[in-house]
Design a protein around this ligand. Structure first.
Ligand SMILES: Nc1ncnc2c1ncn2[C@@H]1O[C@H](COP(=O)(O)OP(=O)(O)OP(=O)(O)O)[C@@H](O)[C@H]1O
Length: 907
């Protein structure tokens, strides 16, 4: 290996940078005395010279300095770097050593120029960046190796900043006379980022202390060395290796003790700094001597020893002198400018560090084989490139890999699509079936409602038949007791009443059969659908289980799982909606029932209220034992109450209903009063017709029943309740209370008390016709439904022949019509004094169905209680009610009748 570089002389390049005036200087009232005149010229003005000094009048106060490049406060870091250091990089990778050092007094910006700040990086960082860029650009042909070391000379001692624990290092001169730092850490890397990190790490290790002149004063000289080795990638018989070193030095600033006010350690540091800088200055002086014969004492300091090559040896050297523009720093600036100006004349002998490697003949064989293999490699590379150009799709392994990947992903996507389709299909079928099941439920409900209607029709008819038979039996019994009279009574039925079914009942039975068949069919369908639904659920579950096995991608699996979840939730939602609808329907039906009960309750309260008012203001008289009251409406609803001494009155309530749908539409009521007293010849009869607004006749009857029961309880003398109690309002969906909700296979009970949609029986119409009633009074019904004034007692005591005749006829019909034969009116009157309200909590202002209660009608004739014939709603379902109650019940009934009357006779 031999050095083949040729040397040539080169001047040391000097740049001058004038930093901006600092705040401290401004505060001290410093003025600017250093100016940049142009890119190279700098003027320094002596602030001490007196312009009025006549002796020195012709002397210039300004001194001009010329440098290779000059910067003032306006120069950026990048401008300084480009003008000073950037040009050295090309020479560095070509094998030329280079040195950049910052020189100047303390606090003038040396560290700022070399290191910079995070936002404004200095020469270190910028140089390394560009060096690595240049290496990268030529790395195809050349091989590089870069190593870095970073040290500081502190108090004339060398410290490794990349490895501070290694202690102080020594300088050694190698065989070629080059200065080396023994044991320094050299980090080899071509990674720019790594080098930057090392630099930052080293900077943190550098000794910096605050002084009066500079808060971040560097107390040492810092030397960053970058060694670049370069050789051609192509091995030749004559291998050329280039080697170069770059020094980047941030010198400590020269300082005056008076200025820095340093004491102790700082003072000691300052002395060392100044000594080394003095040595540097001496070297510069010596090197700059024109004759060049002067001895250069590099050995005075470690700094000058280290910079030996940089100053007078093989290096392209750049000196960046720094000064302050402040008048206070005049002396330092002048010294710096003087040294910098001198340094300009320093000449270095620059030569490329080129090493030619000559090999032994034995090594040639291996070199040739290496070269051959390299040729083979290159040929293969060319062939690959050519074939790739011809058929780019097949040869590119990456392409093939991508194809394989794409294919496999396509496959998995297809599989996923297939699975998804299957899942969606299963869920869709489930939804369809769920929908059909809902429809079936709806139809089933409709069928149940229809069934209920038909069952009611049949039950009504059964009830009617039962009632008729009962009535017939009663009459037969009565006839056996009153044989003489019964023989003459041509109206009494002798044979069993006709029990053939009406057309309506027959149709209902037919419809029931059809509905039963329909329901059976639907049950079958439902079972089938439910089975299918279970199968589909099982299928979906199996598909879900397959997911992990058939889909490899975690993402796809999750997507499918989510899909399943969504569909399951949708199905659940549909099921819940369906059951909610069904429940809603049931609730609506029950609400209707509750509403009717509520009306019923209101009505009862109202009745009680009216009774209480009547009791308070009226004495009861005129009803005697044996009195019988009968009432009947157009539809055949009858009420009969009979009194006998020592016994409770016997009340017979017979009613006949019409179409239940008209139940709520009743708006006309007529009340007729009949009265007679047949035992003592004091008959009292009254007939009237009162229009009343009754909104629910069924409720009225229940009110009556309620009153009866309450009265019976109060007296504890209930003898007999031979009645079919009123059922609650029909609830077609309540299986406990109504037969309609039972299965069609169940047989409706005989004698069901409810009756709906039934036409009035002609027989009963006859037995309880208005004619009968009017004949019993002898007056007939008032044509316009007006109240007929009852006869007074005096008139009854002496009946006319016509009245006697009428009475006779009336007795004959007593079994069918309603008579009053009371004897104990005075008793009744007395008893009425003990009457107590049934319900103390009843509200007197209660309104029924939005209508205010009827005004209390008070009879004018206290001794003659009004016997009323009640014409309740023709829609009442109750087929028959026979009750025996005590007198109070009868009284309640009377009050009830009065209350609902529309008018009361005057006088
Ligand atoms: N050109 C400039 N532009 C802006 N600020 C500067 C410039 N030069 C120096 N400064 C500021 O002046 C202060 C002193 O600078 P710096 O520490 O670089 O001086 P120095 O010469 O290295 O001092 P020492 O020799 O004591 O280490 C720093 O705060 C720095 O930011």
């Amino acid at each position: 290996m031999k050095d083949t570089g040729e040397s040539k002389d080169q001047q040391l390049t000097v740049a001058l940078r004038i930093r901006p005036l600092s705040d401290a200087e401004l505060e001290e009232g410093a003025t600017i005395i250093a100016h940049k005149v142009d890119d190279q010229m700098v003027v320094l003005m002596d602030p001490m010279e007196d312009p009025d000094d006549i002796l020195r009048a012709h002397r210039s106060r300004e001194k001009t300095y010329m440098f290779d490049v000059a910067f003032d406060y306006s120069a950026t870091q990048d401008e300084v770097y480009r003008s000073t250091t950037k040009g050295l990089i090309e020479g560095l990778i070509s094998g030329y050593n280079a040195t950049v050092f910052a020189y100047g007094p303390t606090g003038c910006g040396k560290t700022y120029t070399m290191l910079g700040t995070d936002r404004e990086p200095g020469i270190y960082v910028r140089t390394l960046n560009d060096l690595f860029k240049a290496i990268e650009e030529t790395s195809d042909d050349m091989q590089y190796s870069v190593s870095m070391s970073y040290l500081e000379i502190y108090n004339e001692m060398i410290r490794d900043l990349l490895n501070p624990s290694s202690g102080f290092l020594d300088l050694r001169e190698d065989s070629k006379g080059e200065i080396q730092v023994a044991g320094i850490t050299e980090v080899s890397t071509i990674n720019a980022r790594e080098i930057m990190e090392l630099l930052m790490k080293g900077n943190k290790q550098r000794t910096q202390e605050p002084t009066a002149a500079n808060q971040t004063s560097s107390r040492s000289h810092a030397v960053l060395q970058v060694a670049v080795r370069q050789q051609s990638r192509c091995r030749d018989i004559l291998q050329e290796v280039r080697f170069a070193r770059l020094f980047m030095i941030d010198l400590a600033g020269s300082e005056r003790a008076s200025q820095t006010q340093n004491r102790g350690q700082r003072l000691k540091e300052g002395a060392h700094i100044n000594r080394s800088l003095l040595a540097l200055g001496n070297c510069i002086n010596a090197l700059s001597e024109k004759n060049g014969n002067k001895y250069v004492n590099y050995r005075d300091s470690k700094l000058t020893r280290l910079l030996k090559d940089s100053l007078g040896g093989n290096s392209r050297t750049m000196m960046i002198a720094h000064i302050s523009p402040a008048s206070l720093a005049f002396e330092d600036s002048r010294n710096t400018l003087t040294y910098a100006d001198r340094a300009k004349s320093i000449r270095t002998r620059v030569k490329r560090n080129l090493l030619n490697v000559s090999y032994h003949i034995a090594q040639y064989t291996s070199i040739i084989s290496d070269l051959r293999s390299e040729i083979q490699r290159l040929k293969k590379k060319i062939a690959d490139q050519a074939s790739r150009q011809l058929n780019p799709d097949r040869t590119d392994i990456r392409h093939v890999q991508a194809e394989v990947q794409a294919h496999s992903s396509q496959q998995s996507r297809a599989e996923m699509d297939q699975l998804r389709e299957q899942l969606i299909d299963a869920f869709r079928q489930q939804m369809d079936i769920r929908k059909r099941l809902m429809e079936l439920d709806n139809s089933n409900m409709e069928i149940q409602i229809d069934t209920s209607k038909h069952l009611l029709t049949i039950a009504d008819w059964e009830q009617e038949r039962f009632r008729r038979r009962k009535k017939w039996q009663g009459e037969r019994r009565k006839e056996s007791f009153n044989k003489d009279e019964s023989e003459k009574d041509s109206d009494s039925p002798e044979s069993l009443p006709d029990s053939t079914e009406t057309q309506e009942v027959a149709i209902a039975r037919e419809n029931l059969v059809t509905l039963m068949a329909e329901q059976k069919k639907m049950r079958k369908q439902k079972a089938g659908l439910e089975q299918r639904l279970a199968e589909l659920r099982e299928k979906a579950r199996r598909l879900e289980e397959l997911l992990p096995r058939r889909v490899s991608s975690e993402e796809q699996r999750e997507v499918l799982c989510l899909l399943c979840k969504v569909h399951e939730l949708e199905i659940e939602n549909a099921e819940m909606q369906s059951s909610a609808l069904l429940k809603d329907n049931v609730i609506r039906q029950k609400n209707v029932v509750v509403q009717r009960f509520e009306q019923h309750r209101h009505l009862c309260h109202e009745i009680i209220q009216q009774q209480r008012q009547f009791i308070d203001g009226e004495s009861f008289a005129g009803i005697r034992n044996g009195t019988e009251i009968s009432a009947r409406d157009e539809s055949g609803q009858t009420v009969a109450v009979k009194f006998s001494r020592g016994y409770l009155p016997k009340i017979t309530l017979l009613s006949r209903g019409r179409d239940p749908l008209q139940e709520m539409d009743s708006d006309q009521e007529s009340v007729r009063t009949l009265g007679s007293d047949n035992r003592e010849g004091k008959s009292y009869m009254a007939s009237t017709q009162i229009n009343a607004k009754l909104h629910n006749r069924q409720q009225i009857l229940r009110g009556v029943q309620n009153i009866a029961v309450k009265a019976a309880r109060r007296r504890s003398k209930v003898l007999e309740i031979d009645a079919l109690r009123l059922p609650p309002p029909p609830s077609p969906l309540d299986p406990k209370k109504h037969k309609s909700n039972l299965s069609l296979t169940e047989v409706p009970p005989k004698g069901l008390v409810l009756r709906r949609g039934r036409q009035p029986s002609p027989e009963l119409c006859h037995a309880t016709s208005d004619d009968n009633l009017s004949s019993s009074t002898g007056d007939g019904p008032a044509p316009n439904g007006t109240w007929t004034r009852p006869r007074n007692r005096q008139a009854v005591k002496n009946p006319t022949p016509r009245e006697k005749d009428f009475e006779g006829r009336r007795r004959k019909r007593r079994s069918r019509s309603f008579e009053v034969t009371g004897q104990a009116l005075s008793q009744a009157k007395n008893t009425s004094q003990r009457f107590r309200p049934l319900d103390s909590t009843s509200d007197p202002h209660l309104h029924i169905n939005g209508h205010p209660p009827a005004p209390l009608l008070r009879p004018q004739h206290r001794a003659q209680p009004q016997l009323t014939k009640v014409r309740p709603s023709h829609n009442i379902h109750q087929t028959g009610l026979i009750l025996q109650f005590d007198f109070f019940f009868f009284y309640d009934l009377l009050i009830y009748s009065f209350t609902w009357g529309k008018s009361w006779p005057n006088g």
